[in-house]
Design a protein around this ligand. Structure first.
Ligand SMILES: [Cu+2]
Length: 152
């Protein structure tokens, strides 16, 4: 049943999809364009949980890359930024979790092809409650996001 609903939604060409019962919605998903010679990139998005129950992002996958991991960027006591892999991400009831530059992101590793601005990238997210969600993220050119507002 879920697969049929997703297929219909995919055919409508919408940018993000949600599983009606799940109350998890993926918004503002985008992927950073890859400079020549780069086979790794990051996907950003907001995960909104409008339901009354916590949910947990458990795994990510994409057929445009050999692997995909949930990462968080943190700065250590020496001021060096580094990325760590997360096993899962809690999305509390009635809250949003932001994946954005400098923080959490989905790392797409070993891309099969370079990504160009305007391309669409399909990824699949698996949540404990919401199940599988397919997301179509748009590739955004390096620098295109510079005038976007930052939240501190
Ligand atoms: Cu990363």
């Amino acid at each position: 049943m879920g697969k049929i609903i997703l297929a219909i939604m995919l055919s409508l060409g919408s940018l993000s999809f949600s599983y009606a019962e799940a109350q998890i919605e993926i918004k503002n998903s985008w992927v950073r364009e890859t400079p020549p010679g780069t086979s790794i990139t990051a996907l950003y998005m907001n995960i909104e949980n409008s339901g009354g129950e916590d949910d947990t992002l458990r795994s990510v996958s994409s057929n445009i890359s050999k692997s995909a991991e949930i990462h968080n960027t943190s700065v250590d006591q020496h001021g060096v930024a580094k990325m760590e892999m997360l096993e899962s991400v809690l999305v509390p009831a009635r809250e949003s979790v932001h994946f954005e530059p400098g923080g959490m992101h989905i790392m797409l590793i070993d891309l099969r092809e370079p990504l160009k601005s305007g391309d669409k990238v399909g990824i699949e997210l698996v949540f404990d409650r919401a199940g599988q969600l397919k997301v179509q993220a748009e590739v955004v050119g390096i620098g295109d996001k510079s005038q976007e507002q930052h939240h501190h």
